[in-house]
Design a protein around this ligand. Structure first.
Ligand SMILES: Nc1ncnc2c1ncn2[C@@H]1O[C@H](COP(=O)(O)OP(=O)(O)OP(=O)(O)O)[C@@H](O)[C@H]1O
Ligand SMILES: [Mg+2]
Length: 407
């Protein structure tokens, strides 16, 4: 028999349990076997758009305003997508196996404040037998914000990883370039020391040849002595090349007329290679009076080296040709191209031609283009080469008309 006192106690207990249920910060539903809602707590949840009293007896999907449930005229559980619904499957599984399922995640599109919104939901199911009536206790939590933050974090982590790997690669490349320039600078120092030391013995050989020539004037000997003199002159030229590479200085700017300078360099090359029947075309009209601010000696050396390379590349050709074009660009730069129809450069060598001491010529020092690039860089300019083996080569030099402050 239930006494009045006992009844009061039971009533108090029920009130306490109800207060706990209403204040748990989760959306909690008791689900019937037909998947309709038997009971729901009143704790406000972003997942519930309807008033709690109005959802009793309604299927779960419709309670949540699930778009799949709303899009089918028969409601929750009838659309094709409902068959794949993780929440539905888990509730049915809980009824079948009587086993709980904890902290499952699923994505839903819910109609929220009249708009379709994607939600991430964390849910758990517990089987309960209430007065021999099987029911599932479903708890739901909106984890959309957390999920979005996780996605942003994952993306940022990936971006940072990519950036770190990119920067590491860049650093490695810079390290390689540094190592290379250190090696080259050591090589340059060594080469210039050796070149310097060779000057004295060469001078002695030259004097000895001169003395022998004076003392014994036989035809036989003259031929050999001429040979010695030629080789001494060639050796001196190589030494000069190496030493000039080691001695590159900051440009001393002065106003120069480019066309006259190119003309001078051409005459110099024609004298040096007098046997070369090269046909030269100059297209310099557009820059007739063009003056630029540059180091005259250095610019002269650049043009001479390029013209010399063209002369050497075309020697032995049937109709050797060199076309020199100069033009001024809209962004105040001076462009000169040197196009020859010589032997061209094999694509496997094109990367190396600017490297010091790279030469495919029997008497080349391999410093001509290295010096050109160094000097052009000092003038804040650019040099590029395109070439086709056995067809010819085009060298393009671009220089600022007023280079401003030079390093
Ligand atoms: N116009 C060109 N046509 C074909 N090959 C060229 C041309 N210019 C340069 N090269 C190639 O590039 C190499 C390097 O040229 P670079 O001027 O630096 O040295 P070099 O001419 O061999 O020697 P140096 O100029 O020091 O006497 C040459 O040996 C040659 O193989
Ligand atoms: Mg050269």
């Amino acid at each position: 028999m239930i006494t009045k006192k006992k009844n009061k106690g039971i009533h108090k207990q029920a009130k306490l349990l109800n207060t706990i249920l209403e204040n748990i910060p989760l959306l909690i539903m008791l689900i019937n076997e037909d998947l309709t809602v038997q009971q729901i707590n009143k704790f406000p949840s972003s997942l519930l758009q309807k008033k709690p009293v109005k959802v009793i007896g309604i299927p779960t999907g419709e309670v949540l305003n699930c778009l799949n449930a709303l899009s089918d005229p028969n409601g929750c559980g009838f659309s094709k997508l409902c068959r794949k619904c993780k929440l539905r499957k888990t509730i049915l599984e809980t009824f079948k196996t009587k086993k709980d399922h904890n902290n499952k995640e699923s994505e839903f599109t819910l109609l929220n404040a009249g708009k379709k919104n994607s939600f991430y939901i964390l849910f758990s199911t517990t089987f309960i037998n209430f007065l021999t009536r099987p029911m599932v206790l479903l708890s739901l939590q909106d984890i959309t914000k957390r999920k979005k933050a996780e996605t942003i974090l994952k993306q940022s982590k990936k971006e940072i990883e990519d950036l770190v790997s990119f920067k590491s690669k860049e650093l490695l490349e810079t390290q390689k370039v540094l190592d290379k320039s250190k090696r080259l600078s050591e090589l340059g120092t060594l080469a210039s020391t050796v070149a310097h030391e060779l000057r004295n013995p060469l001078c002695v050989i030259q004097t000895a040849s001169y003395n022998i020539r004076r003392k014994c004037r036989t035809n036989d000997l003259t031929k050999h002595l001429d040979n010695i003199d030629i080789k001494v002159t060639e050796s001196n030229e190589i030494i000069e090349n190496i030493l000039s590479y080691a001695k590159i200085k900051s440009p001393r700017l002065q106003v120069i007329n480019l066309n006259s300078l190119i003309e001078e360099s051409l005459i110099f090359a024609e004298n040096r290679f007098s046997g070369n029947a090269i046909s030269i075309t100059k297209k310099i009209e557009s820059t007739k009076d063009l003056s630029i601010s540059a180091d005259k000696l250095q610019l002269g050396e650049i043009f001479s080296n390029l013209i010399e390379n063209a002369f050497q590349a075309t020697s032995g050709k049937k109709q050797p040709k060199l076309t020199i074009t100069t033009a001024r660009t809209n962004d105040s730069r001076f462009i000169a191209t040197f196009k020859d129809n010589g032997c061209g450069i094999d694509c496997k060598n094109i990367e190396q031609i600017f490297e010091p001491f790279f030469s495919l010529k029997s008497k080349g020092t391999g410093l001509g283009l290295t010096i050109c690039r160094e000097l052009i860089n000092l003038h804040n300019g650019d040099i590029s080469i395109s070439s086709i083996k056995n067809k010819g080569t085009i060298v393009t030099v671009s220089l600022p008309i007023s280079p401003g402050r030079l390093s």
